[in-house]
Design a binder for this molecule. Structure first.
Ligand code: NAP
Length: 332
């Protein structure tokens, strides 16, 4: 495994991290979840990403049990707050009340005294940014959270948060967690330039497009049984890539991966890691073999001619519109 700094902070993270969205507490049984976490640990992954909302809070519990016997200092545990975790009007968003209640729930479920990174899962248009940032700063001072970050915030929202933090003397955000892959490059024009300048690192999600970039979904055919596209929660999430134009072009990436002696998943993960503003690529897995395959992308260098071949194959199916970075206009 290779390690990188999280943005300009002193925290080192594994350049491939493991996340449990849609899997733990949902698509996969607890045994398989534990085997995936064990495979991640065996392969040198030290950074684990979850969220209060995943599987209605069950994902944090599963991860907490799976990591329970591991030396805490050898791990970086990330979680998030924003999406609803209960029926009440205050069980969501980034108010002082919800953030404070949510971190206590996360710490209890993860069986830890602190998380290494606490992330605002989206921007909350209904809470003053000062209130959110002051609450995060308080949690840092209380030692419940070591670093703070955001997820899917626009460049303007990140810039505003940094400005307020500097003016008020609050802890600065060190990371953003956006979707980023060969197919989804919407952060490149605005977010990455700002974040490079400000020392904010990207921890990128769905680097293999939720499985699409493995090439296992064939155009015009039913998805393989047991894959995310057949899962009751996962199928809606992956649907944006499940069209024949995307799937046909992905098949054409296979010779590129083969020429490099890489699996398709390794090629896709290596691709996001070529961006120096990326601190870590978060992989998901429904089986331990996937983790063992995918981690081999760590440290792989892709030359300019390979990157060009990929661009030529994918052409117009690549999404680049910065306006696709969005949070709900009102709390969900
Ligand atoms: N901040 C946010 O808003 C946000 C949103 C989404 C995700 N995330 C984070 O990012 C993490 C990763 O997201 P993701 O799960 O979508 O990432 P991903 O790595 O792009 O996709 C993972 C899925 O692809 C399939 N797969 C993985 N390796 C494979 C292989 N070698 N061969 C064939 N299939 C393979 C598996 O699904 P099947 O086996 O079921 O097909 C696996 O669960 C999440 O766990 C979460 O921590 C954050």
């Amino acid at each position: 495994m290779e390690f990188r700094h999280l943005g300009r902070s002193g925290l080192m993270v594994s350049e491939i991290s493991y996340g449990n969205w849609l899997t733990h507490g949902s698509q996969v049984e607890e045994d398989a979840a534990k085997q995936c976490v064990q495979a991640a640990l065996d392969e040198g992954i030290t950074t684990f990403d979850t969220a209060d909302v995943y599987a209605g809070t069950k994902a944090e519990e599963v991860l907490g049990r799976a990591l329970k016997s591991v030396r805490r200092e050898s791990l970086e545990i990330f979680t998030k707050v924003y999406w609803p975790t209960g029926p009440g009007k205050n069980d969501r968003g980034l108010s002082r009340k919800h953030i404070t209640e949510s971190i206590h729930g996360s710490l209890r479920r993860l069986q830890t005294d602190y998380v290494d990174l606490y992330q605002a899962h989206r921007y909350d248009a209904e809470t003053p940014l000062e209130e959110t940032l002051k609450t995060f700063d308080d949690l840092v001072r209380q030692g419940k959270v070591l670093y703070v970050g955001v997820s899917e915030w626009t460049a303007d929202q990140i810039a505003q948060a940094l400005k307020i933090a500097d003016e008020m003397g609050f802890d600065r955000i060190v990371s953003n967690q956006p979707q980023y892959s060969m197919l989804w490059r919407v952060i490149e024009s605005e977010i990455v330039p700002l974040c490079e300048q400000e020392g904010v690192g990207q921890i990128v999600w769905s680097p293999i497009g939720q499985g699409v970039l493995t090439g296992k979904y064939l155009p015009g055919q039913q998805p393989p049984e047991g894959s995310r596209a057949t899962d009751k929660s996962g199928s809606a999430m992956i649907s944006r890539f499940m069209n024949d134009d995307v799937l046909t072009r992905v098949q054409e990436l296979k010779p590129i991966a083969a020429d490099l002696g890489l699996s398709m998943a390794q090629l896709a993960i290596a691709w996001v890691l070529q961006n120096p503003n990326v601190s870590s690529a978060i992989i998901g897995a429904s089986r331990p073999e996937q983790v063992r395959d995918n981690v081999k992308a760590a440290g792989v260098k892709l030359e300019a001619d390979v990157l060009k071949r990929i661009d030529d194959v994918l052409g117009s199916v690549v999404e680049r519109d910065p306006a696709k970075t969005q949070s709900p206009p009102k709390r969900p």
